[in-house]
Design a protein around this ligand. Structure first.
Ligand code: ADP
Length: 465
């Protein structure tokens, strides 16, 4: 059974047939940990047959082939169904039909139409390990069963060509101008490093144009995840890329130094403005193990935790300094391939699993929302499924603004009670615009020009009006 022939079938949530209904009831014991809902109500059951002689066949269609709990679903489904006394044999087939964000974008370039999710891998400075993270994450997602691509958006210093070693190191262009990515271990890769001529003399706007062109004229085929290895910083290229293609989520890579907090804060805000949620912070080079076997923190206790707390980013992964990561980068064989069962690969699997899970949650459209209600000006209307049974509630604009926890407040003498012009926040302060960012926050623009990222974790605690 393949995804093509299950994706058009309706989900089975109840059956007239008594035995099939018993099977469905048994399957309701299997809970998807991310949605907090059983797999029947999640709509995963696509085919169900129960015969008189006790044979049961079930097809479960998940939202991603890289689902980190798919083996568990398979095992538990069999276990619960086998408990029915008439059941002799259970056959469970797992398929996946990921939702495509691209389908929502009618003007999506043809080469990108088969791409289900675009994930930005970003850092605010060079040299923090962004490309290392991107390449190893790509290999991990591929090992988890997904179809993966990497777009190296760095024109000036593309690092992909030294980090992987594809058989053919040149992008081919077809007669109609479409670019065929190079392939490494089944991962499709497009990088300026494979495009021939260097481009070191180009200036900003030319570069963004070129980046867009290379991304959108590439023939990516069917991909579950296309990873964008972003250039460092928060410049032109990020903004244009964010407008040209719908980025589903971002992974932010940082190092533990205190100063990095302000930079990463800037990055998270930039993505929030583009309505892209950051689902994971990778604090790279956070520890190393000395010859004495002790674990040291050469840069001190990191800022990753503060960022995750301030913006309610669901995952923080601390990646140690590991000589194998660096030599793997130089040799063209990423460590997740050369040592797939080692502790470093396990950490990348953790990053992969959190990307897969958070993206599935974002695509399910079941997340919280906040918006402006024209009938109640100066307020935010918030809806969170586990607050008041999902009924909307209102909080005042002023209380939201005063709850700001950004670097602006943390690293300066500024108070959240004053506007950027130094005046006190008035009680009737009205947001200019509000946009939900993934499942974790809202991005709010205020009349004084300040743009705030307010996590739902904070909104749910504010006084209701
Ligand atoms: P960026 O993409 O942020 O510029 P890179 O991924 O190119 O950074 O990494 C910079 C250098 O640091 C590379 O030589 C890489 O191999 C090395 N490196 C990255 N992460 C680690 C790590 N956790 N341990 C050891 N070396 C690392």
């Amino acid at each position: 059974m393949t995804e093509e022939n299950t994706s058009r079938l309706p989900s089975i949530v109840k059956s007239e047939n008594e035995r099939e209904q018993q099977v469905l009831d048994a399957l309701k014991n299997v809970i998807d940990p991310d949605f907090g809902e059983n797999i029947v109500n999640c709509g995963f059951v696509k085919v169900l047959k129960a015969t008189e002689d006790g044979q049961v066949a079930i097809v479960l269609e998940l939202t991603t082939p890289a689902c980190p709990v798919k083996d568990e679903f398979n095992r538990l489904s069999k276990e619960f169904v086998r408990r029915l006394e008439w059941v002799k044999e259970v056959d469970v087939i797992m398929t996946a039909a990921p939702k495509s964000n691209m389908l929502d974008v009618p003007e999506a370039p043809p080469g990108l139409r088969g791409v289900k999710n675009i994930i930005a891998i970003s850092s605010c400075k060079g040299g923090v390990g962004k490309s290392t993270t991107c390449v190893n994450l790509a290999m991990t997602l591929m090992q988890m069963g997904a179809k993966v691509g990497i777009f190296d958006a760095d024109v000036y210093g593309p690092s992909l060509p030294t980090m992987v070693s594809p058989e053919f190191e040149k992008l081919e262009m077809s007669k109609d101008g479409a670019i065929t990515p190079v392939e490494f271990e089944g991962v499709k890769i497009v990088s300026f490093g494979y495009a021939g001529q260097g481009s070191a003399i180009m200036r900003g706007p030319m570069v963004s144009g070129l980046v867009n062109q290379l991304l959108t004229t590439s023939e990516w085929g069917e991909l579950d995840y296309l990873l964008l290895d972003m250039p460092p910083g928060t410049g032109d290229i990020h903004l244009t890329l964010g407008q040209v293609v719908p980025i589903t989520a971002a992974v932010v890579v940082t190092t533990p130094q205190k100063l990095a907090f302000i930079d990463v804060d800037k990055g998270v805000r930039m993505f929030a403005k583009l309505e892209v949620p950051c689902v994971c912070v990778v604090e790279n080079m956070s520890t190393f193990t000395g010859d004495d076997g002790k674990v040291y923190r050469p840069f001190g206790k990191g800022s990753g935790r503060s960022i995750c707390d301030a913006y309610d980013i669901p995952h923080l992964i601390e990646m140690p300094i590991e000589p194998g990561l660096s030599s793997g980068g130089d040799s063209g064989i990423p460590m997740t391939l050369s040592d797939p069962t080692g502790p470093i690969a396990a950490l990348y699997t953790e990053i992969g699993a959190c990307v897969v899970r958070e993206v599935a949650k974002i695509n399910s459209g079941r997340g919280p929302t906040a918006f402006l209600d024209p009938d109640r000006r100066g307020c935010l209307k918030v809806q969170i499924s586990d607050v008041d049974d999902g009924k909307p509630f209102y909080v005042s604009g002023a209380s939201v603004r005063k709850s700001d926890q950004s670097a602006r407040v943390k690293n300066s003498n500024e108070s959240p009670d004053v506007l950027l012009n130094g005046q006190k926040v008035p009680d009737d302060l009205e947001p200019v615009s509000v946009a939900t960012v993934g499942n974790y926050a809202v991005s709010i623009t205020w009349p004084d020009g300040f743009s705030q990222v307010a996590p739902f974790r904070v909104l749910r605690t504010l006084p209701r009006i």
